[in-house]
Design a protein around this ligand. Structure first.
Ligand code: SAM
Ligand code: SF4
Length: 440
């Protein structure tokens, strides 16, 4: 029997790529197993945004070095693209190396593997195709992901994505809408549109829709209750996106808008294509919305040449925007990126100090932001039940986790609230989540 195990590292894009890879394998007669030990084919869908993620994959592979038990190993994603055939030298027991821009060739590569070929690669970045497949095996029964644009045409000085995922290629509006309708018909009520820079979307068909138009059309698909999107690049973030959110409540009131730094000098060195002032303009549009739009971001601390004064500007940006949540990272030098040519490296110790200060400041802001919601009634999509606390787990349109009490508790074969939309009154706030009680 053909069995496979797959482990995914990294971002939402990778998680969704895995869903498509899994669908492709199932359609070829493979069955998925829970552990590498049970599997004939062991796959790692990798990420190389920061070096720790990359080390993890090689650690996983090295634990099987002497296994020699007939398993076939494959490395997919960014590390595959970065290391290419060198992976065969570092880990000779690997047989398949395939970057995300070559996933359309996966069925052919599997045929080669099955016929005993032990050095199979898919590494071309020269593609104008996005990985579209009707075979996607979706992990979440309520929320479905749709990649609308792949690759990246920007060149931020620190980032490997343009070298790993190839040039930007958008799917046609017709194929996106067809997938959204199919998902709604299958019972999905929430859709998340994905892209490294989702708002750089441009319909390649004659209608040439921009991202705001695409967003508005997806939100009109009958049966959908929530539509989200990630990640937006500030440079391409137009006011028309806020207008679309204002016009249709199906579009969730949450925008993830990575700023990276609060210092225009650092943003310039990062080649981010906007200044602090231009970024703040977008924040003003969001704050002027009729909806209460949650704003989240990504920050890198300790980029080459970041002075204490630059860092203080990032802290002051946090105070000015009052983000609802953020992801923060220490700058990690990556192969082939333009930043390698920059000087004035910040020590690891100093990066760590800045990260701690930043996270503490943000924690205080989040506590305040969440406390503002106590007493409010929020609609949640119920995601599960936590047996240890006896609370249901819900998610608000703003993407906040709201744990709540409800008269219904799950019993075997009994009623489940999972997948339903309920009104919940917020009674308590922590820095990372809210607690509440269902409104009768
Ligand atoms: N395309 C999105 C944008 O431009 O905002 C970001 C995509 S990237 C996959 C996700 C996040 O990883 C970035 O926003 C950045 O904060 C972080 N990141 C990327 N390269 C990094 C590096 N070399 N060191 C530390 N963090 C990095
Ligand atoms: Fe990386 Fe910049 Fe492209 Fe985002 S926009 S994926 S940070 S190069």
């Amino acid at each position: 029997m053909k069995t496979f195990y797959i482990e995914t590292f990294g971002c939402q894009m990778n998680v969704h790529d895995t869903e498509k890879v899994v669908g492709t394998l199932l359609a070829r007669g493979y069955s998925q197993v829970e552990t590498p030990d049970e599997a004939g084919l062991v796959l790692y869908n990798t990420c190389s945004i920061r070096d720790k993620a990359e080390q993890k994959v090689f650690n996983r592979l090295s634990s099987f070095k002497r296994a020699g038990n007939g398993k076939v190993f494959g490395v997919l994603g960014c590390v595959a693209q970065q290391e290419g055939a060198r992976i065969f030298e570092k880990a000779p027991h690997v047989s398949l190396v395939c970057g995300s821009a070559s996933y359309t060739k996966l069925p052919d590569l599997l045929v080669q593997l099955e016929s005993g070929n032990r050095r199979v690669t898919g590494l071309s970045l020269d593609t104008d195709e996005a990985f579209e497949t009707p075979l996607t095996r979706r992990d979440n029964p309520h929320r479905a992901y749709i990649t609308i644009i792949e690759g990246c045409d920007k060149s931020c000085a620190y980032c490997v994505v343009p070298f790993k995922r190839g040039p930007e290629r958008s799917r046609t509006s017709a194929s996106i809408l067809e997938e959204a309708r199919r998902l709604a018909d299958a019972g999905y009520t929430e859709i998340q549109l994905l892209g490294q820079n989702v708002n750089s979307y441009r319909d390649p068909s004659p209608s040439g829709w921009d991202f705001a138009t695409m967003l508005a059309r997806v939100a009109e698909v009958p049966g959908l209750r929530r539509v989200r999107f990630t990640t937006s690049h500030p440079r391409d973030f137009g006011k028309d996106i806020v207008d679309a959110i204002d016009a249709n409540p199906v579009l969730c009131n949450h925008v993830h808008l990575p700023v990276q730094s609060g210092s225009s000098r650092v943003l310039d060195r990062m080649q981010r294509l906007y200044s602090r002032e231009q970024y703040m303009r977008r924040i003003e549009w969001l704050k002027a919305s009729r909806r209460n739009i949650a704003i989240t971001t990504d920050i890198i601390v300790g980029f080459c040449g970041e002075t204490e004064k630059d860092f203080e500007q990032t802290l002051s940006l946090l105070d000015e925007v009052r983000y609802d949540s953020l992801f923060s990272f220490k700058y990690s030098a990556r192969p082939n990126t333009p930043a390698l040519a920059l000087e004035d490296h910040v020590s690891e110790e100093e990066k760590g100090r800045r990260l701690t200060i930043l996270q503490e400041r943000q924690r205080a802001i989040q506590l305040e932001r969440n406390a503002e919601l106590v007493g409010a009634v929020e609609e949640v999509l119920v995601e599960g039940f936590n047996r240890s606390t006896g609370q249901w787990i819900g998610r608000t349109s703003q993407n906040r986790v709201l744990n709540f009490l409800h008269a219904v508790v799950p019993r075997p074969n009994g009623v489940s609230l999972e997948g339903s939309y309920l009104d919940v009154r917020v009674t308590r706030a922590g820095p990372n989540s809210l607690a509440g009680e269902a409104v009768a």
